[in-house]
Design a protein around this ligand. Structure first.
Ligand code: UTP
Length: 474
């Protein structure tokens, strides 16, 4: 049976009728799948994607130009500061946690292609001794908050078609890592089709399925509202939402001082940064010009400007973004109602596809373009942005690459977790024999106050640890 003429004509109009090449061999069910996927395509969005491909082919620069002369790094609060501002922020943040006026959004929709792990990144066993997963560690913090402050912080987990089923199954079987089932709201971000790098045409990755990929962490804004997650937060009186990424087990989205700076500044958006030390580091930097704060991607920062230094020796643009933000819910609603669409970004990637004979091809080199929106592109829309600087050893250990990689590998992340644990134990007077692995149980230890209690309890003879140990709060 030939494809329905309306469908054929629609695709022909957009030059994509090749997507029906295998129609004749599909089952009824396959035809229905393909038809509903094709009918739901947003052709305006596809046109925007194809324009990016054309620009790429025409070698038109996609570099965004910035007025570097009039740009500077905004002033930053430093976490762990000693002054009045820090202590006021700390107490305001603790108050927020006690009253559960904040909620959390965990970004877990990425495909984690560089890591190459068989499953969503959140299910990767990362802890040094227990091998607790990234989900255990990150959701564990909410458990520790409940223990410390008696409050229940609601969390929305953003998945994607690539991670949704496996994430829900994993967390259900893991009893939601100790949280209440109704403390978590799952929502799935959108997709954008991938296109063939040579022709710019859409691809099939099964005879009855168009190849798609998650629409980037910036897809969060639309999905947060469409899924009802934002209403869910409002019903629980959460006026502030912190968003963080599933691949950073040192992330401190609930750091009371960070929350406090955000709330006291009355900014609609706050963001954590780490100092960029080397001009070559491939990290976006926060910059301000004419009262507007934005992130400049590393690819948009000319080498000579990236290397400029201030009188104190720091890079002029040193505020490297680590993907941890606090938003006011009113700001998020404003974004949705003003229909502000974030720009699309293009990336050259390997995407399996169906060839003319209907066979699945696994490319060995990038063959397609994928498109994404980035969360930080909303920054210029905020009336004011508060920037908080974090010591990377305290708050940033991203898992991006497979075992053995020179950077951001599981081994390097575990070393960072171990060093963090040893440093904090030593701060409260508990010494660790060099070379020993220790692990702080995320679900029971919120901060150094918990460790002080352990030190005072005398549980470790002479406050010394000389063998691998998981430390749990009492
Ligand atoms: P990355 O940009 O590092 O992507 O995501 P990734 O999917 O983890 O890894 P690669 O690039 O394929 O190797 C940073 C964070 O943003 C989330 C990821 O889950 C991670 O927490 N993310 C990314 C999403 O939630 N959705 C997306 O579409 C992309």
């Amino acid at each position: 049976m030939p494809p329905p003429s309306t469908l054929f004509n629609l695709l022909k109009h957009h030059g994509e009728e090749h997507l029906l090449a295998h129609w004749e061999r599909l089952s009824e069910e396959g035809r229905s799948h393909l038809k509903s996927q094709l009918m739901a395509i947003d052709w305006h969005e596809i046109a925007a994607c194809k324009k990016l491909v054309e620009d790429r082919h025409a070698k038109k620069s996609v570099t965004r130009h910035h007025d570097f002369e009039n740009s500077s790094t905004p002033s930053c609060h430093r976490l762990g500061g000693q002054g009045t501002a820090s202590s006021e922020a700390l107490s305001r943040g603790r108050e927020c946690l006690r009253t559960a006026q904040a909620g959390a959004i965990l970004m877990a929709g990425g495909q984690g292609t560089r890591l190459g792990f068989n499953g969503p990144k959140g299910t990767f066993p990362i802890a040094t001794i227990s091998k607790a997963t990234l989900f255990d560690v990150l959701l564990g913090h909410l458990h520790a908050i409940k223990k410390r402050f008696g409050s229940r912080i609601p969390i929305a987990i953003m998945t994607s078609a690539a991670t949704d089923t496996a994430t829900r199954t994993f967390l259900t079987e893991a009893n939601f890592c100790g949280l209440d089932a109704d403390q978590i709201f799952f929502f799935c971000q959108g997709n954008l089709p991938a296109v063939d790098a040579a022709t710019g045409s859409l691809l099939l990755d099964a005879c009855d399925h168009v190849a798609v990929a998650p629409d980037g962490h910036g897809g969060m804004f639309q999905s947060l509202i469409e899924s009802g997650a934002l209403d869910w937060f409002r019903q629980q009186d959460c006026r502030t939402l912190v968003s963080f990424q599933v691949d950073n087990p040192l992330a401190k989205p609930f750091d009371p001082e960070f929350l406090g700076h955000h709330l006291l500044s009355e900014s609609s958006l706050s963001t954590q940064v780490i100092p960029k030390l080397d001009p070559e580091e491939r990290v976006g930097v926060v910059a301000e010009s004419d009262g507007v704060t934005r992130i400049i991607e590393y690819s948009d920062l000319p080498q000579n400007i990236a290397a400029e230094r201030l009188l104190d020796g720091r890079l002029r643009f040193f505020a490297g973004s680590i993907g941890i933000h606090a938003f006011e819910t009113e700001f998020l609603e404003g974004i949705a109602s003003s229909q502000a669409r974030l720009p699309l970004h293009i990336a050259h990637k390997k995407v399996p596809f169906i060839d003319k004979k209907g066979r699945l091809v696994q490319p060995s080199a990038p063959n397609a373009f994928k498109f994404e929106r980035f969360i930080f592109d909303v920054m210029p829309l905020a009336d004011s942005v508060t920037v908080v600087e974090v010591d990377p050893a305290e708050g940033f250990a991203p898992l991006k690459n497979p075992p053995g990689a020179a950077k951001d590998s599981p081994e390097i992340v575990r070393q960072a977790l171990n060093a963090y644990a040893i440093r904090h134990l030593e701060r409260v007077g508990i010494m660790v024999t060099p070379g020993i692995d220790v692990e702080l149980d995320a679900a029971s230890i919120f901060d150094d106050e918990d460790l002080h209690l352990i030190a005072k309890s005398g549980i470790f003879p002479k406050n010394h640890i000389d063998g691998p140990l998981i430390i749990r709060a009492i």
